[in-house]
Design a binder for this molecule. Sequence first.
Ligand code: GMT
Length: 376
Amino acid sequence: MKIGIVCYPTFGGSGVVATELGMALADKGHEVHFITYNQPVRLDFLTHNLHFHQVVIEEYPLFEYQPYELALSSKMVEVVKEHDLEVLHVHYAIPHAYAAYMAKQMLKEKGLDVRVVTTLHGTDITLVGSHPTYKTAVEFSINNSDVVTAVSNNLKETSNTLFKITKDIKVIYNFIDVDKYDNAHDAECNRIAIAKPHERILTHISNFRPVKRVEDVIKIFYEVQKEIPSKLLLVGEGPERIHAENLVNKLKISKDVLFLGNSSEVAKVLCYSDVFLLPSQTESFGLAALEAMAAKTPVISTNTGGLPEVNIHGVTGYLSDLGDIKDMAKNAISILKKDETLETFKNNAREHAKRFSLENILPVYEEIYKSCYKNK
Ligand code: GMT
């Protein structure tokens, strides 16, 4: 099929899922066109059936806010027409679902029909979309998509609670190419470069936004390192980084905490890790937790949002109430204390991650594209 993918081209989870999906679809022979304002960070190759079309914003001094939706919907119309696209799959409702609706209407006027699949990812519903500033337009564009999907049952329920949704939202879990994480713990994984042989390694990967509660990550680590010699790896960039650095200095643990910045080589970082920390305020799914699990890293997380659908309490890691630092630290210590316990959790995490394998989820998306095209 000929599919257009619209997403944020950044390190955020929705962009990562959209990019991995597009690359996998192209690998299976579909023609995939990314329509984004930059080349997506994980889009590391382009082929005869994998294309990137840049949405260029013309800056004009009159505008305090440049009209991105107009540029995006115009680009969508152009690409659909030029390449005969059958489906536009937009990831993250704001403003992508709205721009896709406008593109669809413009194409209709020209006698062309394109199907719009909208995937809800989390903050487009929970933190941003339900705000009165956006709610009306978000609800409208969800209800006017041909198919709507959400990345967890929890996100589906939340969407139905916060909005008047007239469509049945299909739940399609985020997925992972488990094989990409196979190098975890093999010879390439030079742990000794990060920690001494007797030290454990804890990791956190995120966009360092307030919702991730990075200060809780530091506080949990602070408790853990009192009992277990360990290092903390922090991967990502964002507004909370400065607060995290301040806290690390205040607690005098800077020699044990490494800020690595953004990385597109998550699998390499995770191969060093013994425990992954995700104490988020909310998480519709927690793709970073799934990536950790695929790399044999048990997860210490909160029990909010869709996290209990991904991290299984007492099996792949532990779930705690939001802000319960003591409980999260206690759980991390219980996993890290004995080699045998750690090994069991590591194996469980990897085994459970396989349920979310690309091979299982990709055909579900393909089926959705085919069915909405058939019903044209
Ligand atoms: O985690 C973020 O803040 C980024 C955000 C995004 O849309 O890029 O992530 C959301 O989508 C991911 C992919 O579906 C989910 O795994 C994350 O849980 C979700 N984040 C939140 O709900 C906070």
